[in-house]
Ligand binder design. Sequence first.
Ligand SMILES: NC(=O)c1ccc[n+]([C@@H]2O[C@H](COP(=O)([O-])OP(=O)(O)OC[C@H]3O[C@@H](n4cnc5c(N)ncnc54)[C@H](O)[C@@H]3O)[C@@H](O)[C@H]2O)c1
Ligand SMILES: [Zn+2]
Ligand SMILES: [Zn+2]
Length: 372
Amino acid sequence: MKTRSAIVREVPGKWEVVELDLDEPGTGEVLVRTVAAGLCHSDDHITTGDLPVKTMPMCGGHEGSGVVEAVGPEVNGIAVGDHVVFTYIPICGRCRWCSSGLQALCDLGSGTLHGSRPGDPTSFRMHLDGAPVGQNSGVSTFSEYTTVDARSLVVVDKDLPLEVAALVGCGVLTGWGAAVNSAEVRPGDVVVVMGIGGIGINAVQGAVHAGAAEVIAVDPVEFKRNTALALGATSAFADISEAVQYARSITNGQGADSVIVTVGVTVGEHVAQGFSAIRKAGTLVVVGLGPKSARELPISSTELVLYHKRIQGSLFGGAKPLSDIPRALDLYRKGILKLDELITTRYPLDDIVQGYDDMHGGRNIRGLVTFS
Ligand SMILES: NC(=O)c1ccc[n+]([C@@H]2O[C@H](COP(=O)([O-])OP(=O)(O)OC[C@H]3O[C@@H](n4cnc5c(N)ncnc54)[C@H](O)[C@@H]3O)[C@@H](O)[C@H]2O)c1
Ligand SMILES: [Zn+2]
Ligand SMILES: [Zn+2]
């Protein structure tokens, strides 16, 4: 079948909407009509080359939701008409990581930047003029229709609006989980969140839910700081140095219990700033991505050891998407997790470049492509 989709052809490059050929679902696969796709910064990293992918062109998008149109052989538990959220790490449920509660690290995730089928770097479902087109994370939500491995989908209740459900597939779980799972925020903690985009705003919500007494948001953009304050942050600063000063002033000079770095293009300097802001035995959580080739972290190993500090990387918020996507949506239904407030602007697929311009201009908490 044919589908209209946003692809990038080269690095550096821009999203371009084209008509692709899409295969019907094969064994273990599902055809989804996409309803909404979030404009996460990670797709932008593909266009800049910060996040190198193996296949070009690549059809973007890893955050999204949709409705099942067709189901291939040997798919259990997913039926035509089901509402689904994409999980950008496929989950096998059986590997060492899945079976020990670390679904975000599933072995199937290791090939997702190939853009091919999980587990088979030679097999593609999208083509342009006969040549393979990669699918970001194996899903490609920047497409009217997409064929995915059934293990990249989580079925959700039909009463939930699919537009907000889309956000849970990356931004919400990644940010919320960074606070709840990776920083292990405890009641009474002082938490700093550096960078209030689609990820950081959910780290703010996660820290609040975990009982933090002080949630300090840092972002140079005033609108981001105001949004963080509206969703539970107790203070907000334009610059990390002001946030550190404040965190020390309320902790007898010790510093924050945890700092979560969710800056759009995270570089060593941001990691170092977060590292020096945590107290003895505090936790620095790094979520943001930057140029993959960067190797330097300008931190003192002496400070790391003598202050017993912890640096924790965080993929997909250390979440268990199979159970955490429904859990997050239940928190939304109960009014505890705010999702409607996260969508700043909706775009038709044809305006996706404008959507990313707005992200870079600091105008969006999350931009959302919606398909009619
Ligand atoms: N680890 C994961 O699993 C995972 C998942 C998704 C996204 N990410 C990464 O997380 C990062 C954030 O993604 P996003 O979609 O929220 O991006 P975004 O562009 O929407 O938000 C980033 C925010 O950082 C702010 N910022 C820039 N410089 C800053 C600084 N020096 N101090 C404080 N704030 C600053 C920007 O104003 C912006 O509000 C990206 O690098 C993305 O690739 C990681
Ligand atoms: Zn993302
Ligand atoms: Zn697995």
